[in-house]
Design a protein around this ligand. Structure first.
Ligand code: 4NP
Length: 160
């Protein structure tokens, strides 16, 4: 059975494109590519159709050689909330906005940082790096890299 996972932020140009790419990276590294369907979106329509922010494209390339420039922003809608098994928010405001959409069982709407591997870091938001310098995108990359691995561990543990 395929598990459908949707990552979302506000614009779908900075944080959630990295989450989509890094979760896919972990899935493929573990040979689980045929078990997951992975996507990303934004709660706003501000950037629909646009490629990821240059800061996110650059850090993905530099750190892991991932090319995310082909992704295009889409808006999160009620149909996604119904169709996906897990909807993973980058921050608390994203989560509140998604809860207003039709049809979402609350249990499948979760926060990415609840999957921090280290308990001491667990909870809170992935900070919005939009308009920030490279260090902001690097901080987001590291956080999202850890938490997407933690999420995959949790989803695989759930199945057994
Ligand atoms: P993201 O970052 O939610 O991580 O994609 C943002 C992108 C655009 C805006 C805000 C955050 N904006 O206000 O246009």
């Amino acid at each position: 059975m395929t598990t459908r996972v949707m990552f979302f932020c506000l614009g779908n140009i900075c944080r959630s494109p990295l989450a989509e790419a890094l979760f896919r990276y972990h899935v493929e590294a573990r040979g689980l590519g045929d078990r997951f369907e992975i996507a990303s979106s934004g709660t706003s329509g501000y950037h629909v159709g646009e490629p990821p922010d240059p800061g996110s494209v650059k850090v993905a390339k530099e750190r892991l050689g991932l090319d995310i420039s082909g992704q295009r922003a889409q808006r999160l809608v009620g149909a996604h909330v119904q169709a996906y098994d897990w909807l993973v928010a980058m921050d608390g405001a994203n989560l509140r906005d998604a809860r207003r959409l039709e049809g979402g069982e609350r249990q499948k709407l979760v926060l990415l940082r609840d999957y921090e591997p280290s308990e001491a870091q667990r909870g809170g938001d992935v900070p919005d790096p939009w308009g920030g310098g490279p260090e902001h995108f690097e901080q987001v990359f590291e956080m999202v890299e850890r938490c997407t691995a933690g999420l995959l561990d949790a989803l695989m543990a759930d199945r057994t």
